[in-house]
Design a protein around this ligand. Structure first.
Ligand SMILES: [Zn+2]
Length: 263
């Protein structure tokens, strides 16, 4: 069976996945490192490309949709308070999906100025299907971001931490659930092994649902798709429902994950 016809037969399942009615919800992989593989430097402010190269951003989203994902993440991770870059990011993602996948807005860490309200208000104007607060490195900052989202929106809310956080985890997870976070998880780091360990720590004090978007390694030294997908399978078997990739992953990794999850 050709890949194309195989994926065509998957669409009803993909629909169910998008609605959370099956065990796994497949999300996309990286945007930043895919742009770096196309020759853009790590110094590029990738969110400005929503204005300067929207076609390229749209094309990368489409390559993930072709790989079979149920959810793509808009290019708004470091858009900060810029109304323009936040709104463009969600608009481009929606154009790319054409209704075939859900669009989540990304909110990244800010360090000192943990005031996310302006960013959420900008994103909400474009009606994303949900919010992914990701790569969080501090509990209080994650809580501030979650509170800002809940002040403005009742859409699906995911909060995801780097896998190195340990102290204070149990109390923070409880506070996040009280704020109204729907899914809690981990992304980024150096290796999927860390993500699996973090999911096990979260699982020891939280009932779920959980998310994991592991890196494929430290770009450009990345795991081959097959090996990455084996790790995702282990993380799924640990009870993680929302799955995707972070730095170093590309549509080939995600396509392999979908194949493994369906086995
Ligand atoms: Zn990452």
């Amino acid at each position: 069976m050709s890949l194309k016809s195989k994926y065509n037969t998957l669409s009803p399942r993909r629909e169910r996945v998008a609605e959370g009615r099956v065990r796994a919800v497949l999300m996309d992989g990286a945007m930043g490192t895919v742009l770096m593989s196309r020759g853009f430097s790590v110094q590029t402010r990738f969110e400005e490309m929503n204005e300067s190269c929207p076609d390229l951003i749209r094309e990368i989203h489409r390559s993930y949709i072709k790989a079979g994902v149920a959810v793509i993440v808009a290019n708004t991770f470091r858009a900060g308070d810029s109304e323009k870059f936040n709104r463009l990011g969600v608009q481009i993602a929606k154009e790319a999906t054409a209704g075939k996948a859900k669009v989540f807005a990304s909110i990244g860490p800010r360090g000192e100025k943990s005031d996310f309200l302006q960013q959420v208000r900008a994103l909400e104007q474009e009606k994303p299907d949900g919010y992914l607060v990701e790569t969080m490195m501090a509990w209080d900052e994650a809580e501030a971001a979650a509170q800002a989202v809940r002040k403005v929106s009742d859409r699906t809310l995911i909060v995801s931490f780097v896998p190195t956080l340990k102290e204070g985890l149990k109390e923070s997870l409880q506070r996040l659930r009280q704020i109204g976070v729907d899914v809690i998880g981990t992304n980024c780091g150096r290796h999927p092994q860390e993500s699996l360990a973090m999911i096990r720590r979260i699982a020891s004090s939280d009932p779920g649902p959980w998310l994991a978007r592991p890196p494929a390694g430290i770009y450009p030294e990345v795991l081959p798709p097959e090996e990455f997908a084996d790790w995702i399978k282990k993380i799924a078997n640990a009870g993680t429902a929302w799955l995707g990739g972070c730095c170093g992953t590309n549509p080939t990794h995600i396509k392999k994950v979908l194949q493994k999850l369906l086995l």
